[in-house]
Design a binder for this molecule. Structure first.
Ligand SMILES: Cc1ncc(COP(=O)(O)O)c(C=O)c1O
Length: 496
């Protein structure tokens, strides 16, 4: 069901998308000053019979069309974007500028090493910076996303045990784990065993000890976890796994909460991924490219994906392919270099102190928000949080308003909804990550919107249950939208 055109736009539906009119032009080409040729004689059958069906539009219509489309979307450049576990923080425009420098942006992926020394040096330096930040020995920059980083990490763990002739069949993961954790282990042929978290939302050594044995290749653990809680027993958990010969995979997707304060490598993590497209500011989601480098200990270094950028004795940078135990290549050419450049720029811009301040602000902001929301929403695990907080719809149960309704109503207030119904261990969860880039005023505006919705749930629940009201489309059939997405407008289609 289509409703409004977007903020302040009351155009008729048909005018909104189809702008083309025969003969309309946005550009003029100079009159040809070369003699006309007989195109048919020259091209024969290759001459097209019909003009291409291109939109015929004036410049002003093109500009208005795309500006209008941009207003139908939620964006971090417009507002706080509370999608928990996704760290939708502001991306400094300087990073974009640096990634577009011609020496980087126009480097051909097949250029010889001698022509791309700057880019290779950046990769080499970024590896060292990430290793320093995380306390790991080496880092591979190849994986294209967090999930692929997990896959790479578990592949390295499998290669490590294969090399030692050890047959281990299980991977452990807490019940709060992100879905990609068990998926990466299962893709590598491991049986996934879920370990229950305690009442306090974190993993306890006694629960781990009950399932840990010599058949376990690894524990996969996210820290801070998806409830936004620091896994306080992490050192003891790692020791327990190591004592039985296993390895620990650290899901580092939430590293923005630890930057400059604590390092996974120092806690006993053997292998971990970074989400450059979250922690180091490049956008997450939206279908754009990402990068999920993986940090590892020296024991796993022989299995790193190849090639690896090394510095030669002469001070040159070169790809090292000669890695006989490598798990192989995971990405073409240099990986998603645009993301690597942005992350490098972000790290250098902030420096060590700035990165630490990121973590401090991320934690402060999440706790501030939690305190503001507490009067109206249920807080399932009532402890200080790290970078994100989880609330639920339990306090609204008597109004008939659910988490989904609150999320939809937030859209009317101009916000993208938070992550909902995850983590799975909290019924009706709303997982909110304000990130470090929000000001107190921004946090207050967002909290005020959620508090207003809770009040409205009591005074006028139907308005919340039937939200959103101010969007181009009302509630979608979420299953069909996911299974049969219509991602492209076609002439004559009614669904714009
Ligand atoms: C905890 C956690 N692990 C893994 C991932 C997977 O990362 P990606 O989306 O880059 O594949 C995410 C994504 O947000 C995450 O939040």
């Amino acid at each position: 069901m289509t409703r409004n055109a977007g903020p302040g736009l009351g155009f008729e539906e048909s005018l909104l998308f189809e702008q083309s009119r025969p003969g309309r032009r946005g550009a003029e080409t100079p009159r040809s000053d070369v003699p006309a040729v007989d195109a048919a004689a020259l091209l024969g059958d290759a001459l097209r019979k019909r003009a291409p069906e291109l939109p015929e539009v004036s410049e002003v219509e093109v500009v208005r069309h795309f500006t209008r489309l941009s207003t139908w979307n939620a964006a971090i450049d417009l507002n706080l974007y509370p999608l928990g576990s996704c760290t939708m923080k502001y991306n400094p425009k300087l990073n974009e500028r640096v990634a577009r420098l011609p020496g980087f942006a126009q480097a051909h992926p097949l250029s010889p090493e001698s022509n791309t020394q700057g880019l290779l040096e950046l990769c080499w330096r970024l590896e060292r910076l990430l290793a320093e930040i995380s306390g790991m020995d080496r880092v591979t920059l190849q994986p294209a996303a967090g999930a692929q980083g997990e896959l790479a990490g578990i592949m390295m763990i499998r290669a490590y045990f294969d090399q030692r002739g050890e047959k281990r069949h299980k991977v452990l993961a807490p019940d709060s784990a992100h879905g990609t954790n068990p998926a990466s282990a299962a893709l590598n042929g491991y049986e996934v065993v879920t370990v229950p978290s305690g009442e306090d939302g974190i993993l306890h050594p006694d629960a781990l000890a009950r399932v840990m044995d010599e058949d376990v290749a690894a524990l996969m653990i996210t820290n801070p976890n998806t409830l936004g809680l620091f896994e306080e027993h992490i050192v003891e958990l790692c020791e327990l796994v190591h004592a039985r010969g296993g390895l620990v995979y650290g899901d580092g997707a939430n590293l923005n909460a630890l930057l400059g304060v604590a390092r996974p490598g120092d806690m006993g993590i053997d292998v971990m991924h970074f989400n450059l497209h979250k922690t180091f500011s490049t956008p997450h989601g939206g279908g754009g490219p990402g990068a999920g480098p993986v940090g590892l200990t020296t024991a796993l270094a022989p299995y790193m994906p190849r090639p690896v950028v090394e510095k030669t004795a002469e001070g040159r940078y070169a790809f090292d392919f000669d890695r006989p135990h490598s798990i192989g290549r995971l990405h073409g050419y240099h990986g998603n270099v645009g993301m690597l450049i942005r992350a490098y720029c972000y790290i250098l811009t902030l420096g060590a102190e700035g990165l630490r301040r990121c973590a401090e602000m991320a934690v402060l902001n999440a706790n501030y928000l939690l305190e503001r929301l507490r009067p109206a929403y249920h807080v399932p695990i009532d402890r200080p949080v790290m970078h994100e907080c989880v609330i639920s719809d339990r306090a609204l149960a008597d109004t008939g308003v659910s988490t989904l309704d609150v999320a939809k109503r937030l859209i009317d207030h101009g916000y993208h909804p938070p992550t909902i119904y995850f983590p799975l261990i909290v019924a009706g969860a709303m997982m909110i990550e304000p990130t470090e880039s929000e000001s107190q005023e921004g946090l207050d505006r967002f909290a005020d919107a959620l508090l207003a919705i809770a009040r409205e749930a009591r005074d006028d629940p139907e308005t919340v249950r039937s939200a959103p009201h101010h969007t181009r489309h009302r509630r979608l059939d979420e299953t069909r939208a996911a299974r049969r997405p219509i991602l492209r407008w076609r002439p004559g289609s009614s669904s714009n």
